[in-house]
Design a protein around this ligand. Structure first.
Ligand code: 5GP
Ligand code: MN
Length: 353
């Protein structure tokens, strides 16, 4: 039996803390003692924040929780995992498989499809234990037994916060401070530091977490104050020399090739946020960053107003995401990427008309 609570179409003001169906999650958790929390590939703040937040809640309940991700998170997020407890399937396959073998419940967070967790998807799919999804992306896969899918929430961390808060009510238990900090962090990074998808409930969450002791200055410093010199110089280079404007489609594009990566001694996470930069230019409604990797080109898309990069990515970039923040993959030579992007915009805008 699958229960789906999908509030994609409701006008927001959801009071998750008051909703009866939280009991379903409570009921599912009750008999479980070994829970696996799963984050997505190339984990970001929302991915790590939500699994660390949920792990803290489960620990407060006295349950065992193991967080796993398909590959390592960028270094700047290690402040959320000071003891290095989050397992990476790419690097610690045996540990992950052992943990999965001992698990009695799997909770997937911040992704809507097993395709978003690469090879880990097969391991999750073949496990016979119940699977719960807690996420804010539209159109979740049908493989989950219990789905909390709220695309209008700022972040999975915000959704998880309201769920945890609802479940904690009256229990006398508290969320550990490091988990509260993790939830704050993911909300902050997914809203691009309180600029996108922020709702009244987002500020309420931030306020409550500050009152509970989350040190927002410290989080700011850990997330935005630890850039390397190479990253700053790369950003300057990309803006000055690499970014191209495509005025006929109100678009801008950057292509980060392997050659450029090498030149700037690129480390994972160094291009975080670059794709947002062009949206600050007057008239730009769509921004793309293409990053050349060993096996494919990573696509990162952002938009403003009513342009759906989720649809654009689904149609042309083998991916998806949110209406205004999406991603995907391309399997073409890097020097053809810009032309392909312009062509896709032409077809996409033509179809929309
Ligand atoms: P980013 O540009 O930060 O890598 O990704 C932005 C958003 O796009 C993510 O939060 C995620 O929802 C979505 N996304 C990124 N890459 C993919 C992908 O390969 N497939 C799908 N379906 N969504 C993606
Ligand atoms: Mn997210």
């Amino acid at each position: 039996m699958q229960y789906i609570f999908n509030f994609a179409s409701t006008k927001l003001r959801i009071k998750v803390e008051n909703i009866a169906y939280l009991e379903r999650l409570g009921d599912i958790l009750e008999p479980c003692s070994n829970i696996i929390l799963v984050g997505h590939v190339n984990p970001d703040g929302d991915s790590i924040g939500s699994v660390v937040g949920m792990a803290g809640y489960l620990e407060a309940l006295g349950k065992g929780a193991t967080a796993v991700v398909p590959n390592r998170y960028p270094d700047f997020l290690s402040f959320l995992d000071p003891q290095g407890q989050i397992l990476s399937y790419a690097d610690q396959r045996q540990e992950v498989e052992a943990a999965l073998g001992a698990a009695d419940l799997i909770i997937c967070m911040d992704f809507n499809s097993l395709k978003r967790i690469d090879a880990l998807g097969d391991a999750i799919e073949s496990s016979s234990v119940p699977k719960v999804l807690i996420d804010h992306h539209p159109q979740p896969d049908g493989i989950f037994d219990l789905v909390y899918s709220y695309p209008r929430y700022s972040s999975t961390c915000e959704l998880a916060y309201w769920i945890i808060r609802g479940l904690l009510r009256g229990s006398g238990l508290e969320l550990p401070l490091h988990s509260a900090t993790a939830l704050y962090t993911g909300m902050m990074t997914d809203t691009n530091n309180f600029s996108n998808s922020v709702l009244p409930s987002t500020f309420r969450m931030a306020g409550e977490l500050m009152e509970a002791g989350v040190d927002k200055e410290w989080v700011q410093k850990m997330v935005f104050g630890g850039y390397s010199q190479e990253r700053m110089r790369l950003m300057g280079y990309m803006l000055l020399e690499n970014m191209k404007m495509i005025p006929q489609y109100n678009a801008a594009v950057m292509v980060l090739t392997k050659e450029i990566k090498e030149r700037f001694n690129f480390a994972d996470g160094d291009s975080e946020g670059f794709v947002n930069l062009a949206l600050n230019i007057r008239g730009v409604k769509v921004s793309a960053l293409f990053t050349e990797g060993d096996e494919f080109i990573r696509v990162s898309l952002r938009s403003k107003e009513d342009f759906s990069v989720n649809s654009l990515s689904r149609a042309f970039f083998n991916g998806g995401g949110h209406e205004r923040a999406a991603g995907g993959r391309l399997y073409i030579p890097v020097d053809e990427v810009e032309g392909y992007f312009v062509e896709s915009l032409g077809k996409f805008v033509g179809n929309e008309k």
